[in-house]
Ligand binder design. Structure first.
Ligand SMILES: Nc1ncnc2c1ncn2[C@@H]1O[C@H](COP(=O)(O)OP(=O)(O)OP(=O)(O)O)[C@@H](O)[C@H]1O
Length: 525
């Protein structure tokens, strides 16, 4: 990409309230990774003062596109234009200097620093001696012009997820970004938090202060907050237009082409069988040694899905880590298939326990190993098991992997590609393929469709219900209440490390569950 060099900013980029939104155009962008073309001559235009949604299946090229715009990757061909002028963006700092900022699904603020410290220290140029009083005055004046405010003096670690995401956005706006790229920004938020934040951004967009390019898998958000949309399929821009002129069906069809979407699996009416997984008065601490699971008891029977609802951080992930053997309990007991369970791999194999942990690339894969190798080891905590064993020979591994890749539609350039090079959604699919194939009698799944596109969600949900229908005992931990209401037989709500509500899903009441998730319910059971 050749372009006019951009003058470096002379001073720290601090927001000028009232600065206008900018536009952005991508022309003929092509990005190859070796022989694989991740983006193939993509055009995309975001008009100033609009919200543009970027849609596409897992692996379609969405993150690659925005990483090229932000200067994380250098495109092989094509150009990025801002204000009609071609720009060189070699690194994220250059993107910032042009007023382009990015907010990710994960948080990037320094947790131990306050909001004020994060804003000041996040600037491109920080003076050696900081006049904190003057900085505070400047930040307060800036906040006064924003549609939402935040406490300046609390460490960001103690903010709720929605507040953290607001702080990430505020930081970008404070750094003078007038074009925000949001990569699945709402995946860690409750629907209420997501609506609040997107609504606030929408107001800034309508006031002409901001333009937004948002990657999302949620059609609801596209319909409610976006003006226009571009759909990517296999690295190509295959369509789009004004949201007002498109239906969800139009967008879905553009995303997947002619392929069929998995029909929802019918739930077999069946009484739960014998208990497969039993937990009694379990306690466990978090990374800081603070009690995180405080006496949880539950029982999952063959042929049922027990859902665990709760806002993230209320002990659910620590509970899953204990079940996975990644964390020792401090008290209580667990039984698997009627046997005392110490989360040993031999026990998991003997009783057919499969685990789909959160953040599979970190918790269930070895990133530098190939897709095929990762698919070959069933227990994530024992990487290349039986290295010398006959069945792990490369040819066998590849054959098995090819089959799983095809069945679960994992998009990878080859079974030999390092799994870390797959898109987020495809890592998730690869781990699901590994864990759902073979004998599964007990399935523990934590947010199993996190980051997956709608077709993959339909696929995975159908598979979980089929596993239940076959007699598998499923413990489904999810922050998505709709998912639990659709799939679970019973729902438990966890708050502050305890089970505070239990209800059959068929009689579940959204308001009561919501109140319990927010802590307005005495512990039960
Ligand atoms: N560093 C890399 N090396 C090799 N291939 C890569 C690399 N980064 C991405 N790819 C490939 O490029 C394709 C597009 O990936 P990308 O992450 O852009 O998809 P995505 O649309 O953002 O998917 P998701 O919705 O799952 O996040 C994928 O097939 C991925 O495997």
């Amino acid at each position: 990409m050749k372009a006019e060099p951009e003058p470096a900013p002379a001073v720290a980029m601090v927001s000028r309230p009232g600065a206008p939104a900018s536009d952005l155009e991508v022309v003929g962008l092509t990005k190859r990774f070796g022989a694989f073309t991740a983006l193939d001559s993509v055009d995309l235009r975001v008009r100033a003062g609009t919200v543009h949604a970027l849609l596409g299946e897992n692996g379609a090229g969405k993150s690659t596109l925005v990483k090229c715009v932000m200067g994380f990757y250098r495109a092989d061909e094509g150009a990025v234009l801002i204000g009609g002028r071609e720009r060189t963006i070699d690194n994220p700092r250059a993107a910032h200097a042009l007023g382009i900022g990015m907010v990710y699904q994960h948080f990037t603020l320094v947790p131990s620093m306050t909001v004020l410290e994060n804003l000041v220290m996040g600037r491109a140029h920080v003076p050696p001696v900081i006049d904190w009083q003057a900085e505070r005055r400047a930040v307060s004046a800036f906040m006064a012009g924003m549609p939402f405010t935040l406490p300046l003096d609390v460490p960001t670690a103690s903010l709720a997820a929605g507040e953290k995401q607001k702080a990430e956005i505020i930081k970008q706006l404070y750094l003078s970004c007038r074009f925000l790229i949001l990569d699945e920004p709402t995946s860690v938020l409750t629907p209420e938090e997501a609506d609040e934040i997107l609504g606030l951004l929408r107001r800034m967009v309508e006031a002409g202060q901001l333009s937004v390019l948002i990657i999302t898998h949620k059609f609801r958000e596209v319909l409610a907050f976006a003006d226009s949309v571009t759909v990517l399929r296999r690295g190509r821009a295959v369509g789009g237009g004004r949201v007002a002129d498109l239906s969800v069906d139009d967008m879905a069809r553009l995303m997947i082409g002619d392929r069929e979407i998995a029909a929802p699996a019918a739930r077999k009416a069946q009484a739960p069988g014998e208990a497969r997984l039993e937990i009694d008065a379990l306690t466990a601490d978090d990374d800081h040694g603070e009690p995180a699971v405080r006496g949880v008891s539950l029982r999952v029977a063959s042929g049922e899905i027990l859902g665990i609802a709760g806002v993230s951080g209320n002990g659910q992930s620590v509970l899953v880590e204990v079940l996975a053997g990644q964390r020792r309990p401090t008290g209580g007991s667990m039984r698997l298939g009627g046997e005392d369970y110490q989360a040993r791999r031999s026990q998991m194999l003997r009783h057919g326990l499969s685990l789909l942990p959160e953040e599979p690339l970190r918790n269930a894969c070895v990133g530098r190993m190939s897709v095929a190798e990762n698919m070959a080891f069933r227990a994530f905590d024992r990487p290349p098991m039986a290295r010398a064993g006959w069945w792990l020979r490369q040819a066998g591994i590849r054959r098995a992997a090819r089959d799983l890749i095809a069945r679960y539609r994992v998009k990878t350039s080859s079974p030999d590609a390092p799994i870390a090079t797959l898109s987020g959604g495809n890592v998730q699919r690869a781990v699901l393929a590994r864990e759902l194939s073979g004998r599964v009698d007990v399935l523990v799944a934590a947010n199993p469709v996190f980051g997956l596109d709608f077709a993959a969600v339909a696929d995975i949900h159908a598979q979980i219900v089929e596993a239940r229908n076959r007699g598998c005992a499923v413990l489904l931990v999810s922050e998505d209440l709709d998912e639990l209401l659709e799939l679970a037989d019973r729902i438990l709500v966890m708050f502050d490390g305890r089970v505070v509500l239990e209800t059959p899903a068929s009689r579940a009441d959204r308001t009561t569950i919501g109140r319990a998730m927010a802590g307005h319910q005495a512990p039960v059971i």
